[in-house]
Design a protein. Structure first.
Length: 157
């Protein structure tokens, strides 16, 4: 999930007044919420980049440099996109305890602390929840395999 997606998330999850109070600069200064939300976004970007780097590095090493890292990156992106699409169309999202567990991890903690998970889920369109859910699960699937990109690439053709 990118920073722009997380900005959209805040726009969908916060009420109009909350958005004005929390996301709009006052006298040229951001709110404490905004500053913390930006830190959450930066941490997410750093975590995702590190996970992708480790996947690419491990696969490049396994192949003893026979395939350029750019091609490995392209393959990984394609496989993750395909897995995300599969997850969006699966019934995994329908398991409410799993959905709530994933959403608790996928949504920046600053936003969750402010409005709570139940309010967030009431406000977010189901299609957005499903996309957020599948994006988080697919991107963390590879990490859960201890960055075993070879298994991922072979099993998700």
């Amino acid at each position: 999930m990118t920073s722009s997606s997380l900005e959209v998330l805040a726009g969908l999850a916060l009420s109009t007044q909350e958005y004005i109070d929390l996301m709009i600069f006052k006298d040229g200064k951001p709110s404490e919420f905004y500053q913390n939300y930006v830190k959450d976004i930066q941490a997410t970007i750093t975590e995702n980049a590190a996970a992708e780097f480790h996947c690419i590095w491990k696969e490049h090493t396994r192949l003893q440099g026979a395939k350029p890292r750019t091609l490995i990156s392209d393959e990984l992106s394609l496989k993750l996109s395909n897995l995300q699409a599969e997850l969006e169309n699966s019934d995994l999202f329908d398991d409410v305890p799993s959905r709530k567990g994933v959403m608790t991890r996928a949504v920046p903690k600053t936003l969750l602390a402010k409005i709570g998970l139940d309010t967030l889920l009431e406000r977010l369109p189901i299609s957005y929840q499903r996309a957020l859910f599948s994006s988080f699960v697919s991107s963390h699937y590879v990490s859960a395999l201890a960055f075993s990109l070879v298994v991922f690439l072979i099993t998700h053709k």
